[in-house]
Design a protein around this ligand. Sequence first.
Ligand code: BGC
Length: 414
Amino acid sequence: MKRTAFAAVSAIALVAGTSAFAGPEAEVLHYWTSGGEAKSVAVLQEEFAANGGTWTDMPVAGGGGDAAMTALRARVLSGNAPTAVQLKGPAIQEWYEEGVLADISNVAEAEGWANVLPASIAAHMQCEGTWCAAPVNVHRVDWIWANAEILEANGITMPTTWDEFNTAADKLMAAGIIPLAHGGQAWQDATVFETVVLGLGGAEFYQQALVDLDPAALTSDTMLASFDQMRKLRGYVDGNFSGRDWNLATAMVMNGEAAFQIMGDWAKGEFLAAGKTPGTDFLCASTPGDGFLYNVDSFAMFDVAGDDKRAGQDLLAKLIVGQNFQKVFNMNKGSIPARDDVDLAAFDSCAHLSAKDMGASSDGGSLMPSYAHGMALRGAQAGAITDVVTAHFNSDMSSADAVKMLADAVANSY
Ligand code: BGC
């Protein structure tokens, strides 16, 4: 059921003399708690307040959002859903199918979202023809970040193949430098894994293996080689990697304790928040291989009672896709705008590279949804893959066993 825009609701409330409407309000569940993330979400909080909104913050720490999704489930099950939730990809559709999402088509239509969002992004925001989420950005996952000084001092340039990466990492190890800053959490293992699969197999293979879940691709020699490369990478991380948060791994690169990190461009948000400059203090490049793994953050509104909350949802949705927010937020967050009419002149060189590569990969058919960041698969299938990836990374499991386990886990996940 479509809702009346909040302005109309408030007008009716005034005319009818029902003074219940106090102004737009929103309780916002999100997982943006690191330095760069907090700076970014503050942009939305400020815009919301400047437009008369009252924001109740519900941050749930935990990179990748696993803990936030657990908190969300508990809230919805107890009949007390938050007003707005950081949600993305197929999870939006899963919640829609539960019948608990609000329809924000009134805002989307009034704001002309269909004209400013690329069709591939808009498709994730629509549920059976209605608009059910508002996109914030495009994060790229397949990035490698480096400490510029360490690379220079060791005569290393950004690797363009995984073999080059391994050679550079061996050299750094020999020099007593930790080659790869990594946090041993399942979602971080999955993040690295999908960049390896894309890099070694190419976009078509990535699509077959991690989007279509084709058993032949899952058990192929390319998948074996991907696990071999994961084993190599395991040898390049330090002994304290277990459980480390992703932003602490970024700090290791920033502080010269490690040379590289493989992580989405929310890592750039950390470098920027710490006052570091791309090209001078840190370097960015896509992970070895062609293609682009996208990860679009978005907010879905839950079906809640009360004109104040509904007005809050409409206002939030409108601001999120607004040009100003898309620019300022993404300059802090490390991502690029979701809408295609934002001037990127003020963005840094990594953002320009992202926009250029996204366009080229979209034209060339190698723009792929990130499985590790909930863009490609439903929760059960993504979880089954990640369990195997992390079990392999944290043991001495052979690649052959991992591949077999992977095919079985996917087959049993439906
Ligand atoms: C989200 C980012 C977030 C990152 C670390 C990703 O899945 O899309 O917005 O910064 O996880 O929590």
